[in-house]
Each structure stands twice: as C-alpha cells, then as structure tokens.
Design a protein around this ligand. Structure first.
Ligand code: PGA
Length: 246
C-alpha cells in the first residue's frame, strides 16, 4: 500500500528561498522513501519554480471556476495545469469559513477543475465533534451534477473542522476518523453507487501529525492531508518515514 499524503502548506513559508529549500529537501528524501505518494500544495506563487519528482506531484490550494477573464486575484484551473499541477484542493474549511465559500461555489470549482484535467481533493467535515451528519448536505451539494465518468479524478478528504489546528486542533480518535470516513463512503455510495464509490480514496486531515500511522493502518484511511506542519521539511520527511507502506 502506498498512502497518499497531501502537503497543504497553506500560507507558508514566507520567502521563496525557504520554499525552495523545503521543496528540495522533500524531493530528495522521496528518492529514498518508497511506498508513499506525495502532493505538495504550496502558495500559488511558488508553483513555477517547483518541478514534480519521483512520487512527488504538485497541487493548488484552490482555484476559480472560470477559465479566464476579469476576476481579480483568482487563479484559473487551466493555469494550475499549465504550471504542472495534477491536483487541486477544493472546499477546505478555511476557505469555507474565512472566505465564505459556499457548497454551490465549490460545486462550480470542482466542475471547472475536472474540465481542466485536474484531480480534485474535496474537503468535507463537521464543525462540532459528533455531528458528522452535516457532511451529507455538503457532499450532496458539492457533488451535484458530477458525472460518474469523472469520479476517477475525485479524492475525498474527511477533515473534521474541530480537529484542524487553526480551529481548535483536538486530534480525532482513530474511531472518530473511521466513523467519519464510513459516513462519507455511505453518502458516496448513495450518490454514485456502491461499485464506483468503493474505489474512491478517502484521506484524513486535521492534526494528523499526532497519530499519523494509526489513521492509515488502523482507521483504514487511504492517506492524510497535512496542514502547516507539512511546510517544515524535516518534520514532514519524518512523517513520511512513519507512514510509508511496507
Ligand atoms: P492541520 O491542518 O494539519 O494544520 O490541522 C490540516 C488541514 O487543514 O488540512
């Protein structure tokens, strides 16, 4: 098994110099660390100087739903693709909460990202511990009108908001992660049918560095979404050594 680890650098680091250093260290480490797949999602401006490597892909942290035009500050999914990205994170709770992204907006972004040939890492999660049913509405709205033929390019990230470091950072137990992921799978079954849904990868995100191996090897997640800690190369490389498959 080769877990998929998404490094969502968020708004880190501050300088291009640090960014290059971090990326270089991770790229080098991945020549030795096998049985793990990594997607680095840095701030957009660093993308042009990063090149994918062995088991190392690039992703955006967001994108807009239009291809081009008068949309100040936005980034087209096609631009991400042209910069070597194969992935994009959409619906992250920080985008939903700080920037008012609605499920309708996320739905448009998913369609545009698929149109540009990107794989989408769709983040869903409940605000308060124990309220996982909230994800049904998110998933149904976010995935409205997505065709069955497109879901090969869809990866789900179960990210309980209360577990994300910026919103409390209480690490979810292995059972809670498993329960959340099962619930996501159940809704995916409903939307796309069991046969298709069972092939989809579901990742776990939210203070995952506290217990990374257990989420994968006990809770059965296909990988992890790591936040700000993933922008610190040495910590991140240690994590990759911990979670890699055998
Ligand atoms: P965290 O964030 O690892 O900093 O809790 C995870 C995420 O936001 O995806």
């Amino acid at each position: 098994m080769k877990p998929l680890i998404i490094a969502n650098w968020k708004m880190n680091p501050i300088t291009l110099h640090e960014a290059k250093q971090n990326f270089g260290l991770v790229k080098k480490a991945l020549k030795r660390i096998k049985n793990v797949r990594v997607v680095v999602c840095p701030p957009f401006v660093f993308l042009p100087v990063f090149e994918p490597g062995r088991r190392l892909e690039l992703g955006g942290q967001d994108c807009f739903w239009e291809e081009k035009g008068s949309f100040t500050g936005e980034v087209s999914p096609k631009t991400l693709r042209s910069l070597g990205c194969r992935y994009v994170i959409l619906g992250h709770s920080e985008r939903r909460i700080y920037f008012g992204e609605t499920d309708e907006m996320i739905n448009k972004k998913i369609k545009a990202a698929f149109g540009a040939g990107l794989k989408v890492i769709l983040c869903v999660g409940e605000k308060n511990e124990g309220e996982i049913q909230e994800m049904q509405d998110q998933l149904e709205k976010d995935l409205m009108g997505i065709k069955k033929g497109e879901i090969n390019n869809l990866i789900l990230a179960y990210e309980p908001i209360w577990a994300i470091s910026g919103f409390g950072g209480k690490a979810a137990s292995v059972n809670e992660a498993m329960e959340g992921a099962l619930f996501v799978r159940k809704i995916l079954n409903k939307i796309f049918g069991k046969n298709l849904a069972k092939k989809m990868e579901i990742l776990y995100g939210g203070s995952a560095s506290q217990n990374p191996r257990s989420y994968i090897y006990e809770a059965g997640m296909n990988g992890l979404v790591m936040g700000g800690s993933s922008a610190r190369a040495r910590d991140f490389i240690d994590l990759l050594k911990t979670v890699k498959g055998s």
